[in-house]
Write a protein that binds this ligand. Structure first.
Ligand code: NAD
Length: 354
C-alpha cells in the first residue's frame, strides 16, 4: 500500500460529553437543545436503569420504551415510532449499547428526531451514521447524516455493571474497528491517530477490568478507547473483517460482539501480510505479530476463541466462504474463496493463527 500523504477527511458532527457522573448532565443537555419531552429507549434487560434515568429527568421524560432488541427488528421500530408519536415526544434518549442505539437511529431515520445517547458498551454505534435493521430475517444497512446521534454522553460509572465477559468481547469489537481503520482505503492521519490511541487504551484497560471489574479508572480508559474506535468506524470504510462478521451474523445468526472477538486475530493475521507498515504500530503493542498477539491477548482475557462455540460448524465452512466472497468490501489483501476458507478454518476450531 502507498504511504504518500493525500487524503479527504469528513468529520461527523456530534457533541461528546465524557466523564464519570456525566449522565447527570443529560437534563442540561436536553434543555440546551430546546427539548422538552424525551422518549427513553432501552432493552428489557436495562429496563430498571431506563426507568431510573427517566425518573431523574422528571418532566423532561415523555416515557420509557424498553423493547430494544439485537439487529434492530423493524416491527419493534414501528411500535417505538407509534409510542413516540402518541406520547408527544420531541427527541429520544438511548440508554444502552448498539441494540438500543440502533432503535434510536431507526426512529430518527423515519422521523428525523434529535437523538441523545448514553452509551453503556464499547461497540461504538453511537458515533456512526450507520443503521443496520432487520425485516423478515434480512438485514439491510443504510448510511445517512439523519442517523448520526447528535449528543453522546459517555459516563464510565454506567459501564461498571457491564459483565466482564461482555466487556471483553465488546472491547475486542472496538479494537476490530480500529484495526480495520488503520489500513482503510480512505484513512487519513487523524483516523490513524484515533485508531492507535483507541487500541492502546483498550489494550491497557481490558486486563485490569478482567481482574477488577469495578476499577473506575480502567472503565474510563476503556470507554475512552471505545469512543475513539467507534469514531474511526463512523469515519472510514471497513474491510474483510467487518464483511465476515456481517456475513456470519446475518446468515448463521451469530452473536455480534463475540463473533468480532473470535475473528479479529485471524483477519488481522491475514491482512498484516498486505498492510504491514500500516499495522506495525498496533502490532508493536501486541508483541510484534498482530494476529498471534491479538489471539494471545483475547485468550488471556478469557474471550471466546472458537466460532464453533458460537454456532458455526466445520460443515458450514464452505457456505460461509462462498457468502464471504460475494459483494466483497475493499480489502488490502485479495478476497478469494480458498484464502478465506483457510482463514476461517482455525477460527472455527479455536486455533492460534499461523
Ligand atoms: P447490546 O446493545 O445488544 O447489549 C447486550 C446486552 O447487554 C443487552 O441486554 C443490554 O441491555 C446489556 N447492557 C448493555 N450495557 C450494559 C451495562 N453497562 N450494564 C449491564 N448490561 C448492559 O450489545 P452491543 O454489542 O453494544 O450492540 C450490538 C448491536 O449493535 C448489534 O446489533 C450490532 O449490529 C449493532 N452495532 C451497530 C453499529 C453501527 O455503527 N450501526 C456499531 C456497532 C454495533
Amino acid at each position: 500500500m502507498s504511504s504518500s500523504l493525500a487524503f479527504a477527511y469528513d468529520v461527523n458532527p456530534a457533541r461528546i460529553v465524557f466523564g464519570p457522573g456525566s449522565a447527570a448532565r443529560l437534563a442540561d443537555e436536553l434543555r440546551a437543545a430546546g427539548r422538552q419531552r424525551a422518549l427513553v429507549l432501552t432493552t428489557p434487560f436495562q429496563k430498571d436503569a431506563g426507568q431510573a434515568l427517566a425518573a431523574g429527568l422528571g418532566g423532561l421524560a415523555a416515557g420509557v420504551f424498553a423493547e430494544a432488541a439485537m439487529h434492530t427488528p423493524v416491527e419493534v421500530t414501528e411500535r417505538a415510532v407509534a409510542a413516540f408519536a402518541s406520547l408527544g415526544a420531541d427527541c429520544t434518549v438511548a440508554l444502552g449499547g448498539g441494540s438500543t442505539i440502533g432503535l434510536g437511529k431507526a426512529i430518527a431515520w423515519r422521523n428525523d428526531t434529535m437523538q441523545f445517547v448514553v452509551a453503556t458498551t464499547y461497540a461504538g454505534s453511537e458515533v456512526t451514521p450507520i443503521l443496520g435493521e432487520t425485516m423478515d430475517g434480512v438485514k439491510t444497512t443504510v448510511r445517512s447524516s439523519k442517523i448520526l446521534p447528535e449528543v453522546v454522553i459517555y459516563d464510565p460509572d454506567l459501564t461498571l455493571t457491564l459483565p466482564v465477559a461482555m466487556s471483553v468481547t465488546s472491547g475486542l469489537n472496538a479494537i476490530a474497528h480500529a484495526v480495520e481503520g488503520l489500513y482503510a482505503r480512505d484513512r487519513n492521519p487523524i483516523t490513524g491517530l484515533m485508531a492507535l490511541e483507541g487500541i492502546r487504551a483498550l489494550h491497557s484497560a481490558l486486563p485490569v477490568i478482567v481482574r477488577a471489574p469495578q476499577d473506575a479508572e480502567a472503565r474510563g480508559r476503556a470507554l475512552y478507547g471505545s469512543w475513539l474506535c467507534g469514531t474511526v468506524l463512523g469515519t472510514v470504510g471497513m474491510a474483510l473483517h467487518h464483511k465476515l462478521c456481517h456475513t456470519l451474523g446475518g446468515s448463521f445468526d451469530m452473536p455480534h460482539a463475540e463473533t468480532h472477538a473470535v475473528l479479529i486475530p485471524h483477519t488481522a493475521a491475514y491482512n498484516q501480510g498486505f498492510a504491514r507498515a500500516e499495522l506495525a504500530p498496533a502490532a508493536a503493542l501486541f508483541g510484534g505479530d498482530l494476529g498471534a498477539g491479538l489471539w494471545d491477548f483475547a485468550r488471556s482475557l478469557g474471550a471466546p476463541l472458537a466460532l464453533r462455540d458460537l454456532g458455526l460448524a466445520e460443515a458450514d465452512l464452505d457456505r460461509a466462504a462462498d457468502l464471504a466472497v460475494k459483494n466483497p468490501y475493499w480489502n488490502p489483501g485479495p478476497v478469494e474463496r480458498g484464502a478465506i476458507r483457510d482463514l476461517l478454518a482455525p477460527a472455527v476450531a479455536g486455533q492460534r493463527p499461523a
